[in-house]
Design a protein around this ligand. Structure first.
Ligand SMILES: *Cc1c(COP(=O)(O)O)cnc(C)c1O
Length: 221
């Protein structure tokens, strides 16, 4: 009995078919990711560029769609641009410019999401909700990036339901951006919700959830 298989099939009975599942791969072995791909996972997210690089070398660039979901330092932009199919955590014009330059050299267009600091926590990554529209307008002019939507984490909370207002605000921002019809954007993805919060996130409009623990089991830290 493959427990990962079972877990995924149970998840697929509650997660609508049009909501994309990104397997959060941090700390997982290549074997674990391989098993997830065998079970039907098509998209894998990583938080660390080096960890992802090792795993992409092991499993292959074409094995699945590779997402970057961690905090990206500008000095890793070039490597990240060569490794990932989507970067979900763009939160500044300077980072976007570094990625755009790298993608120009690679002659590719890179799909990205803008990370929203929906909880407005000063120490956290992401752009403040009030600044999202301006940042999107600026980044949309970079020809080698394509903004496909928004991503948010939300704050650490005791109960998943407490994340609802942060997901609602991010969804409202997303809907507002769609109505702005900013040239150079192609907005269809709202990435929010993790193992404990994906149900709430989907109720509030997530089109993509990022799942680690609920898929692979607890992480050994
Ligand atoms: C680890 C991680 C996840 C998945 O976390 P789980 O609680 O294990 O599902 C999702 N998103 C990001 C950005 C992460 O770092």
């Amino acid at each position: 009995m493959n427990t990962l298989n079972d877990r995924l099939h149970i998840l697929q009975t509650t997660i609508p078919a049009d909501v994309r599942i990104v397997a959060a791969g941090k700390t997982r072995s290549a074997e674990a990711i391989h098993a997830a791909l065998d079970a039907g996972i098509r998209e894998v997210g990583h938080n660390y560029v080096q960890e992802a690089r090792t795993q992409i070398d092991q499993l292959g660039r074409e094995a699945c769609t590779w997402h970057f979901i961690g905090h990206l330092q500008r000095n890793k932009a070039r490597l990240a641009a060569s490794l990932f199919d989507m970067i979900q955590t763009v939160d500044s014009l300077r980072l976007a410019q570094a990625l755009d330059r790298a993608c120009a050299d690679l002659e590719r267009v890179l799909p990205i999401l803008i990370e929203v600091n929906s909880a407005r926590e000063t120490q956290k990554a992401g752009v403040a909700p009030d600044e999202v529209s301006n940042l999107v307008t600026e980044i949309a002019q970079l020809r080698h990036l394509r903004i496909e939507g928004l991503m948010t984490m939300g704050p650490a909370v005791a109960a998943p339901d407490e994340l609802r207002p942060y997901f609602q605000e991010t969804k409202a921002l997303f809907d507002h951006l769609v109505t702005q019809r900013i040239p150079g954007t192609k907005l269809h993805t709202l990435s929010m919700g993790m193992s404990t919060s994906f149900n709430v996130a989907i109720e509030e409009g997530a089109t993509m959830v990022r799942l680690g623990t609920v898929l692979f089991g607890p992480r050994r830290s």
